[in-house]
Ligand binder design. Structure first.
Ligand code: ZN
Ligand code: ZN
Length: 451
């Protein structure tokens, strides 16, 4: 347990939420009664001329974070304004690399898995190595926030908050470099492309980012609208689902709509298949296990008076354990082929394996919860979040190393309707940046055993 936590930071006009959460390191925690208590600026800031401002003490993380917060906010706004899609994050990578190359004690490798970056602090130091991962890509969404730093790339947007994740990780690299000598080990900062469906996590893992130096544990943060603002949540074990997509072609025999007895109607066969595959979850899956089989597309036909030759379906399979995942894919194939055959048609099913189940290591998840309790206060921890059927390619790292994916709540309790991930009004809150940075730093210190 960490014993040094006192405050999560100092108020910096424009960034901090009100009320301001505090924790006294001796069991006390809560909210400031009003803003008067915390309106005092701490006389520290980024390196500048010697005009009376003090450099923060090396072990005073909140002061160090505050001293560089404005540059992290600027970075996030820049990244938010310039979203790029998976494996195309060239400008993003250039900007991140430029930030990292200014940091002492950091070995920076660019061009990893195309646009990824891996930076290692204390690369030659003995001891354990902890990795922290941020995702880099945006989405094909037209932004509707109206913010001054809204996307300048039409049709593209950081609607999943990856701009905030990157900014927090750059901030953590800056802060941890200040205390590099006090860290009894190495820290690897992983900036990963293409989380949104293109498997950048798999590409980075295959590029060897968990090796040389060998990563002993890996952590990742994600902004989470389902959690109250500033609350940290995670869980041990399966957290996010596997995600496999599938495509199906149902082959029949086309012809005139008025002579169905001379045709094999693929639309009718596909309709029976859609109905029958509902039994995969309701009848074939243990009710105490979770799975989803969704049909996302059903395309067939060209005119009202023609029976088409084929029907095309696509969909997704989600599961929280590998046995369910495998069974659901097999049942989908069997049901489709046999239902089609019963109706004189033929189904061709193509399962496209996607992200595996994201399984958090219990000890790694425990560390996140302990750190959050110490730094933010016990009322800011959601220790046993329910799993969900979303997917994340952080799962690829978690297959090979102890790992914890943790969430940072973005929903203000007073907000009438908080934007959700992948909505055109989503924006990672600036006020969460110091909390994210602090959590990254304390997880690192906790894992490496820094005192
Ligand atoms: Zn997303
Ligand atoms: Zn995301």
């Amino acid at each position: 347990m960490l014993a040094h936590a006192r405050m999560i930071g100092h108020v910096c006009d424009g960034f901090w939420p009100e009320p301001f959460f505090w924790h006294d390191g001796e069991g006390g925690s809560g909210r400031t009664p009003n803003v008067v208590v915390v309106r005092t600026r701490t006389p520290v800031r980024e390196k500048g001329p010697g005009d009376g401002f003090m450099e923060p003490p090396m072990n005073d993380l909140p002061a160090t974070i505050e001293s560089m917060l404005s540059s992290v906010v600027d970075l996030r706004h820049h990244l938010h304004a310039h979203p790029e899609l998976g494996f195309e994050e060239h400008d993003t990578a250039r900007r991140i690399a430029a930030e990292l190359e200014q940091i002492d004690n950091l070995d920076v490798r660019t061009g990893v898995a195309k646009t990824g970056i891996v930076a290692t602090l204390n690369a030659d130091k003995p001891g354990k190595c902890v990795a922290l991962r941020a995702d880099m890509d945006g989405l094909t969404i037209e932004e509707e926030t109206g913010l001054p730093y809204a996307s300048k790339n039409p049709g593209h947007m950081h609607a999943c908050g990856h701009d905030g994740h990157m900014a927090c990780l750059v901030g953590a690299a800056k802060v941890l470099s200040h205390i590099a000598d006090d860290l009894p080990g190495k820290v690897k900062f992983i900036f990963q492309p293409a989380e949104e469906g293109r498997g950048g996590g798999n590409a980075m893992r295959n590029a060897g980012v968990l090796d040389d130096p060998t990563v002993d544990a890996i952590f990742a943060m994600h902004g989470w609208p389902e959690l109250e603002f500033g609350v940290v949540g995670t869980r041990a074990g399966p957290f996010l689902a596997s995600q496999d997509s599938w495509e199906m072609t149902v082959h029949g025999t086309g012809g005139h709509a008025a002579w169905p007895h001379l045709c094999v109607d693929p639309i009718v066969a596909a309709a029976h298949i859609i109905t029958a595959i509902q039994t995969i979850v309701s009848r074939s899956t243990d009710p105490l296990h979770a799975a989803v089989v969704t049909v996302g597309e059903f395309n067939a036909g060209t005119a009202h008076n023609i029976i088409p030759a084929t029907a095309e379906l696509t969909g997704t399979i989600r599961a929280l354990d590998t046995a369910c995942r495998t069974q659901a894919a097999q049942r989908l194939t069997d049901i489709a082929e046999k239902t089609a055959a019963a109706l004189g048609a033929r189904a061709d099913v193509r399962i496209k394996p996607g992200y595996p189940v994201l399984v958090n290591d219990p000890a790694a998840a425990r560390l996140v919860m302990d750190v959050a309790g110490d730094v933010l206060g016990p009322d800011k921890v959601a220790p046993e979040m329910p799993p969900c059927m979303g997917a994340e390619d952080f799962a690829y790292y978690a297959e090979q190393r102890p790992a914890a994916f943790w969430c940072l709540g973005t929903s203000r309790p007073d907000a009438a309707s908080a934007p959700r991930l992948h909505q055109p009004t989503y924006d990672f809150p600036d006020a969460l940046l110091p909390i994210g940075i602090r959590m990254h730093c304390e997880i690192t210190r906790g894992f490496l055993g820094a005192v």
